[in-house]
Write a protein that binds this ligand. Sequence first.
Ligand SMILES: Cc1cc2nc3c(=O)[nH]c(=O)nc-3n(C[C@H](O)[C@H](O)[C@H](O)COP(=O)(O)O)c2cc1C
Length: 275
Amino acid sequence: MKRIIISVLLIMALLMFQGVEASAKTDPCLNFKTISIKKGQTVSLKVQNNKKKVKWISENKKVATLKKGKVTGKKAGTTTIKAKIGKKTYSCRVVVSDGKKKSLVVYFSHSGTTKKVAKILANEAGADIIELCEKKAYTQNYNKLLKVAEKEQKLDARPEIVTQIKNINQYDTIYIGYPIWWGKEPMVIRTFLQKYNWKGKKLIPFCTSGGSGIEGSIPGIKKYAKKATVLTGKDLSDMSRTEISNWVKSILKNNIDVTTEAKQENEDKKKGEGQ
Ligand SMILES: Cc1cc2nc3c(=O)[nH]c(=O)nc-3n(C[C@H](O)[C@H](O)[C@H](O)COP(=O)(O)O)c2cc1C
């Protein structure tokens, strides 16, 4: 009996110790690092894992105002929201668009699968649509295409494209679609991304694939669409019109950068390390 009691006490002590360790690891962080909203739209910022008093500051109140963490877009532009807790500061970049701009679906498709979902997407999003065409047509021979695509990826090639988007400035939201080739976006997508200035634009990747999913292509999209706000993308393979429609609605409703919900590093800690 004595042994059992000692064992139970030991287990309880161990559990309590683990609990302390776990809570010590969860530092305060903002729920968003970047938000992209339209003029008049409001999004709530929260400092997670925090019970202390927060002082909220908007660096440019003409672009976005603040009320207890509630950010409201006032005019097109960019500002930084700061949450101060004691000596520590947590920041969130806010991009406000005027809401007058249009959406565009740009896609590359070799065998028509991505084209099909791109058309549904454009329809559901009320967006213009443009097909991205390569200058030197890819072979229709599947095995040869596999080799060509593999080589392009290895060489980090930039196959030429003939498609041009006239007045890209009229769009603030651009859906970019492609098939997954060797786990990533085809190199023509990189050619396209490097041709334009993405500052102030939201880029929403979508793809079709044989099962790999979109994840492997996201680093390339983020790297080559410099300064774009890249939202969480989706593999739309085999998705019905209703499913695509629901996805579009969730993007339009939130219109926030859901890719940046990840735990925010403590900026002061970072600054300290950099010194
Ligand atoms: C060159 C090449 C490479 C491919 N690599 C992959 C891959 O790595 N993972 C995957 O799931 N599907 C892969 N696929 C399948 C395509 O992503 C899939 O069939 C896609 O839906 C084709 O879209 P499209 O008809 O718009 O061209 C590959 C297809 C080709 C032609």
